[in-house]
Every structure is written in C-alpha cells, then in structure tokens.
Design a protein around this ligand. Structure first.
Ligand code: BG6
Length: 290
C-alpha cells in the first residue's frame, strides 16, 4: 500500500468515512474529489475555485452494501432491473461492493486513482475483471473497463450514473439529445426528443443510439457542464421529482431541485457483448465550459 502512495504523497489521503466506509480524498492544484472504495463511487468533484459539479445528497445514508445517494455510482453488469431476475439488485452489484486500490499516480495537473473489482462467481458467473480509472483535475475523467477473463463471450450493461449539481433544475437545459429517440420510463412508449431536454416533472428516459456530447446549461449557477463520452450509445436522463423523492427518503428536502442525472450508459439495446480475452471501455470526461 505504501508504495502505491509514494508517487502521490500529499495528493491522496485514505480516510475512514461515516460507518467505517473507506474513502480516498484527492487534492491537487487543479481540483478536489472524494472517492468511496465501496462501488468505486466518486462522491464529490470540484475544479479549484468552482462550486461542486457533482451532487451528493445531504441526507445520504452511508451504509455498507448500499450505494450512497449522489456522486457517480457505477452500474454494472446490468443497468436498471435485472433483465430476467427481479430479485437481483437494481443497476447490478458493482456499486455495492468494496473495490481494491490498484494504484495512484501524480500527473501534470491531475491525480489518477485506479480501482479494481474481480467479481466472484456467485454474483456473476463469467470470469471478468473490472477496472475504474479516475483522473481528478480541472476536468474529471473516468474509464470503466470490463475485461472478459473467461472462455465464453458475455453480454453486459453498465453506466456512470452521474448526479450533477445544478442551481435549479427547472431552469436547466440539456443540449445534445435533440432528435434522439428515447424510451419514456415514466409515461411509457418510445418518443423523439424535440429541442433541448428540460425538467419540470418526473423524468426517466433512456436516449437511444446517441454517442453525442451533452451540455448541461445551468443559468442558476451561471455555468455549462460538458459531458463527453466514448464507448457508449445510450444516455439516461433522470430526476425523480417531488413525490418519488419524498418516498426515497435519502434525497433531502427539495434535493430533487438541485440535482440532475445525465448518465453515460450501455443500456437497453446498447448492451455490449465482450468476447473472451477482450475488453470494453466506457470513458467519460466532465468539464466546465470556459
Ligand atoms: C436511474 C433509473 O438511472 O436510476 C431510474 O433510470 C432509477 O429508473 C434511478 O429510479 C435510481 O436508481 P437507484 O437504484 O439508485 O435508486
């Protein structure tokens, strides 16, 4: 462990969070972040001098085996409910397990943290390795790499389920999904987006066949967040709105007004078949437009 730390002395600290959850705190001249070992879940990120970009609920429960409300939970190896087994955990199991630190590295104006998970055969019958590379600086870059270490191909879904902090979601516009078709999980059916996405009631949509960057234009905070992605052709937009947020209990009073999920996914018809010995990489880069 010590040798992994040497290269990043002063930039990376391992601390104990609420209920004994292991946390990694990253701080460098360009930005700060907190990463939970459980789920390799990024809990916070802010470039120096900026408001937090990633939303974390003030009412989050920090419980072993349960992803924290907010941040960037990693959904893997399926997105949403399990396709056949309703008793399996929603969004897969990777977000509920402790990952191992594979290394940390000091880069020019950024710090890299690499976490690894080797699923056991009880949770996932296919030999595989999962790696999450997180680069913290003025931008935040995340790679989620799925390697097939077995002899059979397998099909998996995944997502970086990113909660963005916004001034007031009712004034936000998401650009980049114009004309895309989406599955409407609130009202049912498949629809086509017209113009920017806006949120004035519950929204839960899987946008299909889209590899586009998204821009989150937020007049409340007077900023625009850019989300660039590779290895993904589906994007989820989610806000539970008031009634559902109340039922969830860990979103906080009016929390739904300050958050918006724009998730870079391999979901719905965009699940990926990984041949033996090969890997799939989902990469996302977050930045604030100058
Ligand atoms: C979104 C889904 O990605 O995650 C929603 O599209 C779901 O349907 C939401 O409600 C939150 O999921 P969870 O399991 O973290 O409460």
């Amino acid at each position: 462990m010590v040798s992994k730390l040497e290269a990043t002395l002063g930039e990376v600290a391992f601390v104990e969070g609420p209920n004994g959850l292991g946390l990694i705190e990253v701080k460098n001249s360009a930005g700060t972040a907190t990463i939970a070992l459980q789920g390799a879940q990024l809990l916070s990120w802010a470039p120096v001098g900026e408001k937090p970009v990633i939303w974390l609920s003030g009412k989050a429960n920090y419980l072993k085996g349960k992803s924290v409300r907010g941040g960037i939970p990693i959904c893997w190896p399926w997105f949403g409910p399990h396709p056949e087994e309703p008793s399996h955990p929603a969004h897969g199991f990777a977000r509920n397990l402790d990952w191992e630190v594979a290394g940390t590295k000091s880069l020019t104006d950024a710090t890299q943290v690499v976490l690894r998970l080797i699923p056991n055969e009880i949770s996932w019958p296919y030999p595989s390795e999962l790696e999450c590379r997180i680069k913290v600086g003025r931008t935040l870059e995340m790679d989620l790499i799925t390697r097939n270490a077995g002899l059979e191909p397998f099909t998996m879904g995944c997502a970086l389920h990113t909660y963005f902090e916004v001034g007031d979601v009712r004034t936000v516009e998401i650009l980049g999904l114009e004309e895309a078709f989406y599955i409407d999980k609130v009202n049912g059916g498949k629809k086509r987006q017209s113009g920017p996405v806006t949120v004035n009631s519950e929204v839960d949509r899987i946008y299909l066949d889209t590899a586009s960057d998204c821009l989150i234009r937020d007049p409340g905070y007077n900023r625009t967040i850019r989300v660039e992605k590779e290895g993904s052709r589906s994007t989820v937009v989610w806000n539970p709105w008031m009634e559902k947020a109340d039922k969830m209990g860990d979103l906080g009073d009016k929390g739904y007004l300050n958050m918006l999920c724009v998730e870079s996914c391999n979901a719905a018809d965009d699940v990926v078949t990984v041949p033996p010995g090969k890997s799939h990489r989902l990469s996302v880069r977050y930045s604030i437009l100058a």
